[in-house]
Design a protein around this ligand. Structure first.
Ligand SMILES: Cc1cc2nc3c(=O)[nH]c(=O)nc-3n(C[C@H](O)[C@H](O)[C@H](O)COP(=O)(O)OP(=O)(O)OC[C@H]3O[C@@H](n4cnc5c(N)ncnc54)[C@H](O)[C@@H]3O)c2cc1C
Length: 715
């Protein structure tokens, strides 16, 4: 704590201590006032200005130092100065005093509190920034929380001082009036209980419910406004229509059918969406074949003198399709129909908040529905780089059609999709150049983690170019060339095929969102609130179309909230819980993460400790010839509570589950250490990481005493 802060804290503490040491509280009682009332009134009549000024100053001091007595002083103000002057004095004095307490709390504690609990306060901070004035107004009007607590707590939030001042003054005005008014009757009131007359009680009750009613009214007005131009059907054919049968839509429809709602799922392309047809499934099938090739190439490491693989890339791509076909039944029309979902293969368009038009090959139908879930997914983003159209390109949507292996492949993008496909194609024998404009690939991971993957890609023969910004595509001498800018100079990269994998954009156009005025975020996803509700409380969005994550497991996680809120929102709504979000990148080495990594903890100013365990030391990894990678766990300093974990290595995506469960259910490293892990498994790495944490936290003093105890036992 700085010297100024310490001095201020000492001064405040001393003033408060003096107040109690000299029992100054006795002067802030009705009894004391009543005993001196005649003298005080005489002084006031003789010296009205001085009385008002002294009273004002004492009021500011009492409220500024958060001392008890403000309520009594408000009553006394009524008794001495009458309703009008009393209200003016108290209104300004209480607001100035409150603001001083607010500023002191902010100066003394805000930085420390935000630093320590920044991550937990994020939602509160965002709420205060958005609706701080309304929260404060509500708190001022509803005398549920003590006055001084509001001042001190508000000082710790990001609310502006100006806002705090005026909202406090306005918010407290009615309460002040009621109290000062009661004070004017003070001659008749014998104790504080006396002010609780039926009339006053009623006015307080009204004050209490007023903000709630006000908020409800505001919400109702907003809703009426968005629905105003639409005609609501008198009845609905369905409870729910789900647009899109990808990971999100399938789960949303499944949940609705499971709770016996009448639900229709509409898919315009292929059941299963991206994940099954062009995303997770084909990429993992391709990666498996590529890994086998890599293992055969490294057969010597396993004691096999010679092993050779002959393959045709077309066969590999056919196997990918076979895998899709094998998984297809899980997401099929037949399966979902059997589960009670009506499936329509056609293109949906929302035509009003309660109607969805479906265009199938032979017809156009309009469905009426009480609620809608938008699960329309995303598509690869193709940046408008000059010449890209002329040279031609593939994306994660179209690459699956390739049957000939490109000799020279440029992969634009160093994210998970780009990195996974880069490695796979390199292992099949393409000369792959991966081009990333940022300083490293897998930028969301910690630098050393990115480097572990980049290193492996280089070993697989990939030319990993970071800090290279794709500027232009061109045909030069009959050859396709990418011109990228690096450190101020142009680098020319000749290629035969380019895969564009620089991100994915949500599908937000062409199916009614524009007409309904449903907006998009800065990330170009459908705008929803924490309940995944759009501006229309009966229309929800989930999955890639809603963001902020773009994974199959987050799509289905959100789908539960969207579907349940759409069906039962009138009774209870659930906030989408993003507290523990995991993901994995299926390169070799695999990278899996849950919660914070070190870079994020630093960026957010969250205090942390790091514990690592090198998987090169793990028995099973050594036996498997996979002795590489690490477990890196972030914990709260001095505690075993997990803030996040990253695992790099074989099956990292499976190993991370232990940390996901631990974080979700509040289990710390001590409990992981105390759990039996089967020997010899890769999962033991998690336990050894917990063991490393434990060793670092055993007190040297305890060990010293234990040493002495054992020496004594030896005699
Ligand atoms: C190459 C690649 C690899 C990936 N690997 C992984 C991975 O390993 N793990 C992971 O978790 N995630 C992975 N993902 C991401 C994952 O595929 C997506 O996050 C997931 O598919 C999103 O599901 P969704 O339901 O939101 O959208 P989608 O799966 O895109 O489904 C949306 C559906 O809506 C349909 N639709 C759109 N508009 C309409 C309309 N108007 N009418 C009717 N239907 C409509 C579309 O045809 C589509 O089928 C990968 C993605 C790619 C591209």
């Amino acid at each position: 704590m700085s010297k100024t802060r310490l001095a201020l804290l000492t001064a405040i503490a001393a003033a408060i201590a003096l107040f109690f040491a000299f029992d100054l509280g006795q002067f802030f009682s009705l009894e004391y006032f009543k005993s001196k009332q005649a003298e005080i009134m005489a002084f006031y009549h003789a010296n009205p200005w001085q009385t008002a000024l002294v009273f004002f100053a004492i009021y500011v001091a009492v409220t500024g130092l958060s001392l008890p007595g403000a309520a009594i002083m408000t009553l006394v103000a009524g008794a001495i100065f009458g309703l009008l002057v009393g209200t003016i004095i108290v209104s300004f004095a209480s607001t100035i005093g409150a603001t001083l307490a607010f500023l002191a709390s902010r100066f003394l504690f805000k930085d420390a509190v935000q630093r320590k609990f920044g991550d937990k306060l994020r939602a509160i901070n965002a709420g205060i920034q958005r609706e701080g004035a309304f929260y404060l107004f509500t708190l001022r009007l509803v005398p549920l929380f003590p006055f001084f607590v509001i001042n001190l707590v508000m000082g710790l939030t990001p609310i502006k001082t100006r806002t705090f001042y005026w909202v406090s003054q306005v918010g407290m005005l009615l309460g002040t009036l009621v109290y000062v008014n009661a004070g004017t009757q003070l001659a008749q009131i014998q104790s504080l209980k006396g002010i609780l007359s039926p009339g006053l009680l009623l006015s307080f009750a009204l004050l209490g419910v007023f903000p709630l009613i006000a908020k409800r009214i505001v919400a109702l007005v907003k809703v009426r406004k968005v629905y105003a131009k639409w005609t609501r059907p008198t009845r609905f054919d369905r409870n729910l229509v789900v647009i899109g049968a990808g990971s999100a839509g399938l789960v949303a429809a499944y949940i609705a059918a499971a709770v016996k709602a009448k639900v229709t799922l509409i898919e315009k392309h292929r059941m299963g969406g991206d994940c099954l047809n062009t995303g997770c499934v084909p990429s993992k099938a391709l990666i498996r074949s590529a890994k086998l090739l890599s293992q055969i190439r490294h057969a010597r490491n396993y004691g096999i003198r010679s092993a050779q693989a002959e393959f045709d890339f077309a066969d590999v791509m056919e196997r990918v399709q076979k895998v899709i076909r094998a998984i297809e039944p899980h997401d099929s029309v037949e399966r979902y129909t059997g589960l009670g979902v009506e499936v329509i293969e056609g293109e949906a368009k929302i035509t009003s908040p309660w109607t969805v038009e479906v265009r199938t090959s032979g017809s156009l139908r309009t469905l009426t529905t009480r609620s809608i879930v938008i699960a329309a997914g995303a598509q690869p983003f193709v940046p408008p780089i000059p010449g890209i159209g002329e040279v031609g390109y593939v994306t994660s949507d179209t690459i699956w059609k390739l049957r000939a292996l490109p000799r020279r492949l440029v992969v634009l993008g160093g994210g998970p999709i780009g990195s996974e496909l880069t490695q796979a194609f390199a292992r099949f024998g393409s000369q792959v150049t991966q081009v990333e404009m940022l300083p490293r690939i897998l930028i969301r991971e910690d630098p050393e983690i990115s480097e572990m993957v980049a290193q492996r890609l280089r070993e697989d023969g990939v030319n990993v170019l970071v800090n290279h910004k794709a500027k232009q595509f061109a045909m030069e001498g009959g050859e396709k060339v990418l011109i990228a800018e690096h450190a101020g100079t142009d680098v020319r990269i000749p290629f035969d095929q380019v895969l564009v994998a620089v991100g994915r954009v949500a599908n937000t156009t062409g199916y009614g969102l524009e007409e309904l005025g449903i907006g998009t975020t800065r990330q170009r996803t459908v705008e929803t609130n924490e309940f995944l509700e759009t501006i229309y409380p009966n229309i929800y969005a989930c999955g890639d179309v809603a963001g902020p994550f773009q994974f199959t497991h987050t799509a289905s996680h959100q789908a539960w909230y969207a579907s349940v809120n759409a069906l039962f929102g009138r009774l209870k709504r659930f906030r989408a819980d993003y507290s523990v979000i995991p993901w994995a990148t299926f390169t070799e080495p695999e990278v899996a993460r849950v919660g914070l990594n070190e870079s994020e903890a630093k960026e957010k100013g969250i205090a942390y400790e790091v514990t690592t365990y090198g998987i090169d030391d793990l028995d099973r990894a050594i036996a498997d010839g996979e002795a590489h990678g690490l477990v890196k766990v972030l914990t709260v300093p001095g505690k075993d509570r997990i803030l996040g974990a990253t695992i790099v290595g074989e099956h990292a995506g499976d190993l991370i589950i232990e940390y996901i469960a631990a974080m979700k259910h509040g289990i710390g490293l001590n409990k992981i250490l105390g759990t039996i892990h089967i020997y010899p498994t890769l999962a033991e790495a998690n336990k050894y990481a917990a063991g490393n944490w434990k060793r670092a936290h055993v007190s040297p003093k305890t060990l010293e005493w234990l040493g002495r105890y054992h020496a004594w036992m030896r005699g």
